[in-house]
Design a protein around this ligand. Structure first.
Ligand SMILES: Nc1ncnc2c1ncn2[C@@H]1O[C@H](COP(=O)(O)OP(=O)(O)O)[C@@H](O)[C@H]1O
Ligand SMILES: [Mg+2]
Length: 379
């Protein structure tokens, strides 16, 4: 681990990384994942303001590194500006531990995998090192931040209610967990279990743990070497975009920038105001993505001005196309993709009836597209 030279540090999209407990949790959990953890345990009290504790079974740190880790721009993940162009770890700025240590009472206890000694502890209060010395810890790391923003009363005043902050933490953990189905995630808030997500076999199982089996079971798999993942079939939709989750090269990113492509793929297929579920994974070479765009590392840009838009739209479209469905092989014409009027309703329809009819028509269209009409129409 080293302190980045100023010319590298200055090229990093710097910014306030810690805005609220959830942003500290995100950084600490990302560190755990970068350390190769198979299990990450998060405990919070009072929405994370009184306590955030993240415990992992990753490779830990030797004592020298533990001390240096809380210094500004100390990172083991990049060395030069060139490395910045092919970051494969979630962290790379060497900023988070220092930032959290300067606004809280931080205790980092760690033991390097395969080390002889008992372990090591560093304690920092509002940026001042209070203590550094041996302490016992199994292989892995525990970082505890107490009294977040103890020296920034104004920032603390801007926080939401305990409940809002606790919810934001849960959302962050859920989101990171969707990005790494192979890792176990556990969240407790004020001693109460909030999330228990043991290591899952694949993305579908993780989606099932987070959103329930009934959603997970029906999801359609995307088949493209670059864009893969799971999307909802046409008969499943939601009133909000809450079920959109995107990871690029293993990094969970802000899904909003992918929303237009997903919306386009489903444009004429879902009723107005309804949104699909999409769990998208983009695997590009590390040199093809610029992750150093946003302070929270939540945005990425494809190099060379390339856009992922057509690829995302095309891959989802292909997965939703009828020849992939249960009626595979039936040519569109033969499956009868036209609706034939069977009568007319003379009177005015109430809004409720119109809505129900629209749903029925929509479902029929879905079945037609899926080439299932013969089977489902009879039901
Ligand atoms: N949970 C952890 N396990 C092992 N090493 C860690 C852990 N957290 C932090 N580190 C070490 O401390 C360094 C600084 O962490 P951080 O401030 O988050 O910066 P970054 O993740 O950008 O390198 C990391 O580069 C890593 O070497
Ligand atoms: Mg980090």
């Amino acid at each position: 681990m080293r302190v980045l030279p100023p010319e590298v540090a200055h090229r990093i999209a710097a910014g306030e990384v810690i805005e609220r407990p959830a942003s500290a949790v995100k950084e600490l959990v990302e560190n755990a994942l970068d350390a190769g953890a198979t299990r990450v345990g998060v405990d919070i009290e009072d929405g994370g303001v009184s306590l955030i504790r993240v415990r992992d079974d990753g490779h830990g740190m030797p004592p020298e590194d533990a001390e240096r880790a809380v210094a500004e721009h100390a990172t083991s993940k990049i060395r030069t500006s060139d490395d910045l162009a092919r970051v494969e770890s979630l962290g790379f700025r060497g900023e988070a531990l220092h930032a959290i240590g300067s606004v809280s009472h931080l205790t980092l206890t760690t033991n390097a995998l395969g080390a002889e000694g008992p372990g090591f502890r560093v304690r920092v209060l509002a940026g001042e090192t209070l203590e550094a010395g041996p302490a016992s810890h199994p292989p892995g790391t525990t970082v505890e931040a107490r009294d977040l923003f103890l020296n920034l009363p104004v920032r603390r005043g801007f926080l939401g209610t305990v409940r809002a902050e606790a919810n934001a933490v849960a959302t962050v953990v859920q989101s990171l967990a969707l990005g790494r189905p192979d890792v176990g995630f556990f969240l407790r808030s004020d001693g109460r279990g909030v999330l228990a997500l043991p290591a899952a076999a694949d993305l579908r199982e993780r989606v099932s743990q987070v959103h329930g089996l009934s959603l997970a079971r029906g999801l359609v798999a995307l088949e493209d070497p670059v864009v893969w993942g799971l999307v909802s079939p046409l008969e499943v939709s939601f009133p909000t975009r809450r079920h959109l989750h995107v990871a690029v090269n293993g990094r969970v990113v802000d899904a909003d920038s992918f929303a237009p492509a997903v919306a386009r793929a489903y444009a004429d297929l879902l009723p107005k105001g309804r949104h699909p579920a999409a769990f998208l994974r983009l695997d590009l070479g590390p040199g093809e993505v610029d992750v150093n765009v946003h302070p929270a590392k939540s945005a990425v840009r494809l190099r060379g001005g390339r856009s992922a838009y057509p690829l995302v739209v095309g891959t989802i479209r292909a997965a939703l196309s009828p020849d992939r469905g249960p009626g595979a092989g039936v040519p569109a014409g033969e499956a009868g993709t036209e609706l034939i009027p069977i009568g007319q309703f003379p009177g005015r329809l109430s809004a409720t009836v119109r809505k129900r009819l629209a749903e029925v028509v929509h479902l029929l269209q879905c079945y037609l597209r899926a080439g299932e009409l013969g089977m489902r129409a009879a039901e």
